[in-house]
Design a protein around this ligand. Sequence first.
Ligand code: SAH
Length: 266
Amino acid sequence: MSVEKTLSLLQERTARLEAGHVWLAGAGPGDLGCLTLDVVSALTQADVVVHDALVDPAVVAIAEGAELFYVGKRGGQLSITQAEITARLIALAKAGRKVLRLKGGDPYVFGRGGEEALALAREGIPFRFLPGITSGLAALGSIGIPPTMRGLNKAIILATGQTADPGDELDWRALARTGQPILIYMGLKILGRITAELIAGGLSPDTPAAIVMSATTPRERVHVATLGTIADDAERLGFASPVLTAVGRIVSMRAELLALAGQAQK
Ligand code: SAH
């Protein structure tokens, strides 16, 4: 079946985005191919799209004719507060718009989608959740690192390097003691501190570590090193947000896979 025909069949089956409703959706890691079909459908139905910085312009461009609200960061600072974003979603829904709230990755994974859902529910605004592929898992897989690998790990820890306030930081030493791989979102600024804490928690400085910037996009960059050197390397090599860092034995799968696949290492 052609892509066109498949999409047209799908169009008959996907839910309708109604006036006064909000769909809380994830755009995936960046690559257009990582969008779900539900999100593609939502983009064609919405008359207003409220989106973050991590959503690729090519994705937003699918919503031809829709009004666009950019609510991401400018110069590293949120130009609009979370309360203002939520208030805007509520106001647009109450004005009878068909609202698509589009976030990078999955809206409920370090995306504050949960807070927005609660606020919409409190106001009695009908909303629907459309999952997206979270960047962490997509990034790892696409650079040749399976998030789980029989014999290597039984869990994978998704952790954030960003906290609401400085006293609220994760107990990295406790995470290190689990011996399970750790995938760090938003950790670039404090990567030196995180890696030092993981070592203090008992992980060897030789533990494999990888950093990936702008995964699945043309700007993607990958660097594989060790826990002891990854933070300095990231700085020296000029890695800039958005960046994910993976720590653990699963990282060594990349070299093995690339060697077997006969590809040159990036
Ligand atoms: N909801 C998103 C995460 C939002 S937090 C998700 O599920 O993916 C923002 C962080 O996500 C960034 O600081 C970075 O750590 C990570 N991130 C998002 N997209 C990325 C990408 N394409 N490449 C690398 N990291 C990415």
